[in-house]
Design a protein around this ligand. Sequence first.
Ligand code: MV4
Length: 447
Amino acid sequence: MFDKVLIANRGEIALRIHRACREMGIQTVAVHSTADSDAMHVRLADESVCIGPPPARDSYLNIPSILSAATIAGVDAIHPGYGFLSENARFAEAVEAHGFTFIGPTAEHIRMMGDKIVAKQTAQELGLPLVPGSPGPVGSLGEVVELGEKIGWPVLIKAVAGGGGRGMKVVNSPDEAAEAFSLARAEAKAAFSNDSVYLEKYLGAPRHIEIQVLGDGRGEGVHLGERDCSLQRRHQKVLEEAPSPALNAEQRAKIGELAAAAVRKLKYRGAGTMEFLFQDGEFYFIEMNTRLQVEHPITEAVTGIDLVREQIRIAAGGPLALSQKDIQFHGHAIECRVNAENPETFTPSPGKVIDYHPPGGLGVRVDSGLYAGYSIPPFYDSMVAKLIVSGPSRNECLMRLRRSLEEFVIGGIETTIPLHQKIIQQQEFIDGEYNIHWLEKLVGLKK
Ligand code: MV4
């Protein structure tokens, strides 16, 4: 097992990784920008190293700086968290080339899933269901029109290097194809320095269902059930729940087994998430994320499995401690992402936190680096806390969530707590009847 781990991240996920290390008897090294000297992740770690100025590209994305910190501190391994360098194959390679262990999948698997066409081709070979679409990149307007006529309109143009929704364009009919094709390529080029695009049949009202998986890199693999992540605004998830209120036992078992079989065939190592769209009883693979995700705690709540502990055990070469029959699901869990934003306009609201009183009690978990007197810097993501509530049934979970949101006090800044209170009082949400467009309609982004 490792003696010392460097945590290449900030905020609540840096704390989350520190906590798992601490419980395993592993020393931690925090890295931070000059804007984060007073951050909780720096205070909690055994050691800390300043790696650069506030902009992420000069600090949390600065590979030479992070590797120097790892060398100076003498760590055994590096955990990348989520975002930043977590899905950067060159970083994973550089970490290993410097003699450290990367707590994550191989650089090959990261690269494979980063190219959305390669990811889909691989998923197909692994037996996962796909959305009908182009088998490879589409190089001309003629191909867009030809494929649209074949699979039926509307179609969706997506960036090969994409993910997270950037560079996507819906094409309703042949006369919209020319403009959408050139816009999609221009956006993809600007966002990813790669203008390659592909085509899929556009699903009008799906849910976003993802399956958590773990693999040992030698052909053992399990799934830890699904999360329903359909509640999002501008491709930012807002609230997630497990299990999905939309699936029946048969659908759940089928997609879980397909995902676990795929992980074993891939010889995938570490934690990953297979993303599907779900509409009219059918699943369609869209992407695989090769990192720990923000919403991992709802899976931990319903399985009792510490996902970061498992990531570290796997990276240290241990066999999977779990077999599929050991993984049992209990009750229901919901996560609310609390952002430092105006809850109506979503304008960021960084600044000094005056009061901080997180909720507590049975089935309530708060992952956050906030404390009274802390100043939230304006340079990074606005998510400042995650409230994770669990209970024996979805209804008890919802009642507990209502109580917890009421108790949660974050004074001095604006937060999205009132947005969550609004969401959970909607009858459609209470009934579990929502899709990926529902929240944007509620907040007036869509009609
Ligand atoms: C789609 C789709 C409809 N049809 N693909 C958005 C981000 C990327 N992960 C995939 N996305 C979508 N792909 C087809 N063929 C609709 C979306 C989509 C979406 C997906 C998941 C969660 C929220 C979303 C919001 C808008 C669009």
